[in-house]
Write a protein that binds this ligand. Structure first.
Ligand SMILES: C[S@@+](CC[C@H](N)C(=O)[O-])C[C@H]1O[C@@H](n2cnc3c(N)ncnc32)[C@H](O)[C@@H]1O
Length: 414
């Protein structure tokens, strides 16, 4: 269907997952508008039309909601990195609880989900230990626009921790070097690692007069440009080796809060085998391994597996399988009691991984999720296979954005 030309007025009705508010077009179709709020009357331009719904760009707020506040960042509304700067932090938390509840009701079919209060981030700004920039056509650092690959060069950003904020402003790249992404991560003692990704025509000469490490990552491998290719990261007093290519939770304080929740909520004992599926560098294994008879990590990334081997070296009874969960789990044979922590990427649990996990009959599953929609889909499947959702707690790892992290504790009943 062609996009309707001209501007239209819409009243917004509710928040949706993804940061947009939803209203109705005159023909009854839902329309999703980023940066707008329920209760607002807005003027929009339709940017995408489908048979059942449309997306629109906010042009003007005609009547604003009482919750609307002035965003802190000058790029808000263009840059796709933040979605809720027009809401006070307390209101952002309410929205996330509401959106998670709606997803659990509508997709998982849980009429009254056992949802606990969201755990706020101790810092609503300057909380990220890692940032990833794209480069615009002039080599300037920026972020992608909402629903687009276009890069907006930025002059300010209030999400990275202060040591990163000082550094990114000093970075400048010649266009045409083949660098696609520029990452920065800050670790314990404020050590910083610069991660350049792409297929370079030539490796960039680093002209940053700062004591930082720098690595170039490409499908061909990693090349150290300065210092080391890993950082020490500290969570709840424990140090982790984290290589440039390995995943690590971006909100260190909240990673610690999630660890504590698992330590308190996941029943383990010396007769139980703990499966840590999608284990990364071993964040959860390192805090839980001692409480179980055996701990088995499953992880597909070679660099995360190398880090896991170092980070879990001090413990007995720890094994690691490098491979995709959907390939590894069907081959596992376990006897005795089993418990599992699963922490998949946004796509959620592959169907084969889910079936194989259930076949291992874990008495408890702790599902750590960064996407409520795929979580709700997978919970529905787990409930059908005899699990009961005992409780679910959201953790706000990503203030100012629509992303919702949560931990669900499921118990086997059949
Ligand atoms: C959300 S991260 C969680 C890592 C770890 N639990 C943590 O909190 O640091 C997901 C991890 O799953 C890994 N991964 C992605 N797809 C996978 C798959 N199909 N099988 C196993 N691991 C996978 C990624 O490399 C990443 O380390």
């Amino acid at each position: 269907m062609p996009a309707t030309s001209g501007l239209i007025e819409v009243e917004l009705l509710r928040h949706t997952f993804g940061g947009s508010s939803m209203g109705r077009l005159a023909d009854g179709r839902a329309v999703f508008v980023p940066y707008a709020l329920p209760g607002e009357r807005v003027r929009v331009e339709l940017t995408e039309e489908k048979r059942g719904f449309a997306r629109a760009r906010l042009v003007e707020v005609l009547e604003s909601a009482p919750q609307r506040i002035i965003p802190r960042c000058r790029h808000f509304g263009v840059c796709g990195g933040c979605h809720y700067q027009h809401l006070a932090y307390a209101d952002q938390l309410k929205v996330k609880n509401e959106v998670l509840r709606e997803q659990l009701q509508r997709i998982a079919g849980l009429s009254d989900p056992p949802l606990e209060a969201i755990q706020p981030s101790p810092q609503a700004w300057l909380y990220r230990n890692t940032v990833q920039f794209h480069l615009d056509e002039r080599g300037r650092l920026g972020y992608e626009e909402m629903n687009s690959n276009r890069v907006v060069a930025i002059e300010e950003c209030f999400l990275p921790q202060p040591p990163l904020d000082e550094i990114w402003r000093q970075l400048d790249f010649e266009a045409g070097l083949g660098i696609e992404r520029v990452g920065l991560r800050v670790g314990a003692d404020e050590e910083v690692l610069l991660i350049l990704e792409g297929q370079p025509v030539e490796l960039p000469a680093l002209e940053v007069d700062l004591p930082i490490s720098a690595v170039h990552l490409s499908p061909a491998g990693s090349i150290v440009l300065a210092g080391e290719d890993w950082l020490p990261m500290e969570v709840n007093g424990r140090l982790f080796r984290v290589s440039a290519g390995s995943f690590f939770q971006v909100n260190t304080a909240q990673a610690g809060a999630m660890v504590e929740y698992l330590q308190e909520g996941l029943p383990l004992d010396q007769q139980t085998t703990l499966l840590d599926v999608y284990c990364g560098v071993g964040l959860f294994s390192a805090f839980l391994a001692e409480r179980a008879a055996r701990c088995i990590g499953v992880e597909v990334s070679p660099s995360a597996c190398d880090d896991y081997a170092v980070n879990l070296d001090e413990f007995d009874g720890v094994e690691l399988y490098m491979g995709a969960a959907e390939e590894v789990l069907p081959g596992l044979r376990l006897s005795g009691k089993v418990a599992a922590v699963i922490d998949p990427p946004r796509a959620g649990l592959d169907r084969r991984a889910l079936d194989a996990l259930v076949a291992l009959q874990p008495g408890w599953i702790a599902y750590v999720s960064c996407d409520p929609a795929t979580l709700a889909r997978d919970l529905k499947r787990l409930l059908e296979k005899g699990y009961r959702l005992e409780k679910i707690k959201p953790f706000d790892l990503f203030p100012q954005t629509y992303h919702i992290e949560s931990i669900s504790l499921l118990r086997r009943t059949a």
